[in-house]
Design a protein around this ligand. Structure first.
Ligand SMILES: Cc1cc2nc3c(=O)[nH]c(=O)nc-3n(C[C@H](O)[C@H](O)[C@H](O)COP(=O)(O)OP(=O)(O)OC[C@H]3O[C@@H](n4cnc5c(N)ncnc54)[C@H](O)[C@@H]3O)c2cc1C
Ligand code: SF4
Length: 485
C-alpha cells in the first residue's frame, strides 16, 4: 500500500491545470499543463490498496491500479510502466482519452472524490517514453502463421501488437492514407497530439508489425481473397455509419456529418492541403448531439474562429451529481464540462430540430427547433414552441448506427446481430472459421478502452485457433458491459 494514511491526509482531488482558454484556442496543442510530480505523488498516495479493488472491475482492461499507484507513490516509474503495460498496450491513449470508469468505481469515491487514476496512468507512460523505457518487444521465434488485421484503430492495433509478439506475421490493412483509425482522424489534437500515436506505431514497426495504409478491403482486395491469403483475419473496421437526420433541408450546403468536418481538420493539422475545407471561421455553428463527437466539433469550431457555437441535445440535461438509480460502483451519466465546453458556446437541452432553413443562395442559414416533449416514451417536437437559431454550419453528431455491412455480408456472408453489429461467438469468431471481430465493429460505437480490451481478447482467440493453445490474456468477453447492478 502506498501511504496508509494518504486518503486521510489528502482528501481533495488535484489535477493538472488546463491552459487558459484564451491561449489554448489559438493553437491545436493538448489543453493540459505539464503535471506537478509532487501533486501526482500526493494523489497516488490516496489509494487505499483495497482488499477488493473495485477499480479493477470498473476497468475493461483489468488494469492493476493499486499496484501502479503504489509504485508511483514510491517513485518507481520503471516498475510502474511494466505493471501498466502488462494489461494495457496503449496507456498513452486511455490516459488521455478514457472517461475512466475505474474512477467511477473507486472505493474512495463512496465518501470522497475518487483517486485520480487516469492522471497517474498518463504520467507513468509519459515518463516511460521520456526516459526511453518503452522499447520494442519482438518475438523470440516466429510461428510461420500469418494474420491480416483490417482496420487500424485501437482494437486493430491492440490485436496486431499481441499477435506479433506471439510470433505471428501480422499485416494491418487500413483504407485511410494514415494508420490510427479514430485516434488519427476522429479525435482532435487538442485531446491527443498525434506524436503519441506515432511513437507507438514506431515501436510496433520495430517489433515486426507491417502496416498497409490506403488499402480498402472489400474493394482493392476482396474479403475472400484476403481470407485465402492469410491463416486468420481480424475484422476491426469500427462502427462508422453515422446517424442521419432526414428532415426538410437536410441536403442544404452547410449541413454535414461531424466526421466529414473532423477528418478534414485532422488532415489539415497533419499538413495536408484540404481543398474546400469545411471550416467554422466566422460562422454561426450549430452542433446537434451532446456526446464526445459533438464536444470535439465544438472545440474544433472554437479554434477555427467560429462567430458562435450552439450545441443542441434532444434529451434532458443529465444531473451533475450521481443519481440514486446509478449508485456506486456504476459509471453514471453526468452533465460533463469537457475542455471544449469550457471554451465557450451555448448548450441547450430538450431541443428537437424540425427543419434546416436556407438563404437566397440556397445554403443553410438557420435551423428551426422545438421543445422536446415525451409522448409514450417517444421524443417529439412540442407544437407551438418552434423558434429559429441562426446557423451557417450545422454538424450532425448524433452517434453512429453501426459498422458498414455491404462488403462483409456480400463477400464473406457474415451475419449481423439485431443491433447491426457483426455477429460473433464467445471467442470473437464469426460464422466463418478463422475470421474474428474486435472493437466497435462487433460491439457498436463504444470507447477506446473497450476497443483495446477486445483487441487483446480477440488476439488470444486467434492465437488459440492457430496454435491450439495460448498464453495471451483475454480481459473481456464480447457480451461484457460496464458495471451494472
Ligand atoms: C469523434 C469521436 C471522438 C471520440 N472520442 C473518444 C474519447 O475521447 N474517448 C474514448 O474512449 N472514445 C472516444 N470515441 C470512441 C472511440 O474512438 C472508438 O470507440 C474506438 O476508436 C473504436 O476503435 P476500433 O478500433 O474498433 O475502430 P476505429 O477507431 O473506428 O477504426 C476502424 C478503422 O477501420 C478502417 N476500415 C474500415 N473499413 C475498412 C476496410 N474495408 N478496409 C480497410 N480499413 C477499413 C477505418 O478506416 C478505421 O480507420 C470517439 C469517437 C468519435 C467518432
Ligand atoms: S478502488 Fe480506488 S482506493 Fe481502492 S485500490 Fe482502486 S484506486 Fe485504490
Amino acid at each position: 500500500m502506498a501511504d496508509p494514511k494518504g486518503f486521510l491526509k489528502v482528501q481533495e482531488r488535484e489535477l493538472p491545470a488546463r491552459r487558459p482558454v484564451s491561449v489554448r484556442i489559438m493553437d491545436w496543442k493538448e489543453v493540459y499543463e505539464q503535471g506537478d510530480p509532487a501533486q501526482l505523488r500526493r494523489q497516488a498516495g490516496r489509494c487505499m490498496d483495497c482488499g477488493i479493488p473495485f477499480c479493477h472491475q470498473g476497468c475493461p482492461l483489468g488494469n492493476l491500479i493499486p499496484e501502479w499507484n503504489d509504485l508511483t507513490w514510491r517513485g518507481e516509474g520503471r516498475q510502474a510502466i511494466e505493471r501498466l503495460h502488462s494489461t494495457n498496450n496503449f496507456p498513452e491513449f486511455t490516459g488521455r482519452l478514457c472517461p475512466a470508469p475505474c474512477e467511477s468505481s473507486c472505493v474512495l469515491g463512496i465518501n470522497q472524490p475518487a483517486v485520480t487514476i487516469k492522471q497517474v496512468e498518463v504520467s507513468i507512460i509519459d515518463e516511460a517514453f521520456a526516459n526511453g523505457w518503452v522499447q520494442p518487444h519482438p518475438p523470440e521465434r516466429l510461428t510461420g502463421k500469418t494474420v491480416a488485421v483490417v482496420g487500424s484503430g485501437p482494437a486493430g492495433l491492440a490485436a496486431a501488437q499481441q499477435l506479433t509478439r506471439a510470433g505471428h506475421t501480422v499485416a494491418v490493412y487500413e483504407r485511410d492514407d494514415r494508420i490510427g483509425g479514430l485516434l488519427r482522424y476522429g479525435i482532435p489534437d487538442f485531446k491527443m497530439e498525434k506524436k503519441h500515436l506515432e511513437a507507438r506505431l514506431n515501436q510496433m514497426m520495430a517489433e515486426g508489425t507491417r502496416f498497409r495504409a490506403g488499402v480498402d478491403i472489400g474493394v482493392d482486395i476482396t474479403w475472400d481473397d484476403l481470407r485465402s491469403r492469410y491463416d486468420a483475419v481480424v475484422v476491426a473496421t469500427g462502427a462508422m455509419v453515422p446517424r442521419d437526420l432526414p428532415i426538410p433541408g437536410r441536403d442544404l450546403p452547410g449541413v454535414h456529418f461531424a466526421m466529414e468536418y473532423l477528418v478534414q481538420q485532422n488532415k489539415a493539422g497533419a499538413g495536408d492541403t484540404v481543398v474546400d475545407q469545411i471550416t467554422a471561421e466566422g460562422k454561426h455553428v450549430v452542433v446537434l448531439g451532446g456526446g464526445d463527437t459533438g464536444a470535439d466539433c465544438i472545440g474544433t469550431a472554437h479554434r477555427q474562429g467560429a462567430a458562435s457555437v450552439t450545441n443542441l441535445a434532444i434529451g434532458t440535461q443529465p444531473p451533475t451529481e450521481r443519481p440514486e438509480n446509478q449508485p456506486w460502483p456504476m459509471s453514471p451519466t453526468l452533465f460533463e464540462v469537457s475542455s471544449a465546453h469550457e471554451e465557450g458556446g451555448v448548450r441547450q437541452y430538450l431541443a428537437s430540430t424540425v427543419e434546416f432553413l436556407s438563404n437566397e443562395a440556397g445554403e443553410v442559414r438557420a435551423i428551426r427547433v422545438a421543445e422536446t416533449e415525451y409522448l409514450d416514451g417517444r421524443r417529439v417536437p412540442k407544437a407551438g414552441t418552434e423558434r429559429e437559431i441562426p446557423a451557417d454550419l450545422v454538424l450532425l453528431a448524433m452517434g453512429f448506427t453501426g459498422p458498414e455491412s455491404q462488403e462483409l455480408s456480400g463477400q464473406l456472408e457474415l451475419p449481423f446481430d439485431g443491433r447491426g453489429n457483426v455477429e460473433r461467438d464467445e471467442d470473437y469468431q464469426t460464422s466463418q472459421a478463422g475470421v474474428f471481430v474486435a472493437g466497435d465493429a462487433g460491439r457498436g460505437q463504444s470507447l477506446i478502452v473497450w476497443a483495446i480490451a477486445e483487441g487483446r481478447a480477440a488476439a488470444a482467440s486467434v492465437d488459440r485457433y492457430l496454435e491450439g493453445e495460448t498464453e495471451l490474456p483475454s480481459p473481456v468477453k464480447p457480451t461484457d458491459r460496464a458495471i451494472s447492478i
